[in-house]
Write a protein of this length. Structure first.
Length: 121
């Protein structure tokens, strides 16, 4: 019986960005800049980490900073509503797509449940 060939393991090294030391004011300023561009708190966190800024060093949550400034948008609501808009646009062009019709109804129901949970109109 021939030997099985073993797959060679290829090591992928992730480049670690050096942690930057920024002031509290600069940290909040960067958060608000990202929020202005339309990012949610979860995407703002990813963008900050790519720059080497970690929220844990400042003991502040990104969502708390955005709520204080009045720019907080619930990420779940935003993501589901964007998904619903895409499905609606697709269904308008493709009325014969019955799966899209069912998906539209399912996502709409999901959005309604999230709004009720978040107490948003």
């Amino acid at each position: 019986m021939p030997k099985k060939k073993t797959a060679e393991k290829v090591e992928v090294k992730k480049e670690k960005v050096a942690s930057k030391k920024v002031s509290e004011a600069e940290f909040e300023k960067r958060i608000l800049e990202f929020a202005q561009s339309g990012l949610t708190s979860e995407k703002i966190g990813e963008a900050l980490r790519k720059e080497g800024i970690h929220p844990k060093e400042h003991n502040k949550k990104i969502s708390a900073v955005l709520k204080k400034e009045g720019k907080y948008i619930n990420p779940d609501l935003k993501n589901v509503s964007e998904k619903l808009e895409k499905i609606k646009a697709h269904y308008e062009k493709n009325h014969q797509d019955k799966r899209a019709m069912r998906e539209k109804d399912r996502v709409f129901s999901q959005l309604r449940i999230l709004k009720r949970y978040a107490k948003v109109q």
